[in-house]
Design a protein. Structure first.
Length: 133
């Protein structure tokens, strides 16, 4: 059986909060009505305006979510929405969960450095309205 989206979120949350100590990270399912796994991960601090903080946080979020989802081959990958304290409540950046999964695999295999991984995340980020609950 596929684990719940919340179980994956709990893993992401605890991992990112362990690694990144300058903000609190919260994760929740973003679109419970869909059968794909779509997540919203939010930073309690306005970190997107500080390049180094944004970078470390996005890397931690993508690696932990990619890792958790790669452990669940039956889970259908949806989208990963990320936001920080400065963003309007219904706006976030989004990347495909599948991208986080492939980046995590490449980093784990030693094929991809974190710097290059971050560039790929940056290139893919799109501002979008959150799905309506």
């Amino acid at each position: 059986p596929v684990v719940s989206q919340q179980a994956i979120c709990d893993a992401v949350q605890s991992y990112v909060n362990m690694l990144v100590d300058y903000t609190r990270t919260a994760c929740g399912p973003a679109d419970a009505s869909s059968d794909t796994f779509t997540f919203l991960v939010v930073s309690s601090e306005p970190i997107f305006s500080v390049k180094e903080r944004k970078k470390a946080w996005l890397i931690a979020v993508a690696l932990s979510l990619g890792n958790a989802m790669n452990g669940q081959p039956d889970a259908k990958a949806g989208e990963l929405y990320v936001a920080d304290a400065d963003m309007k409540t219904d706006i976030a950046y989004v990347i495909p969960v599948g991208l986080a999964q492939s980046l995590q695999k490449d980093v784990a295999a030693g094929k991809l450095q974190l710097e290059a991984m971050y560039e790929k995340i940056e290139k893919s980020l799109v501002r979008r309205q959150l799905p309506k609950p």
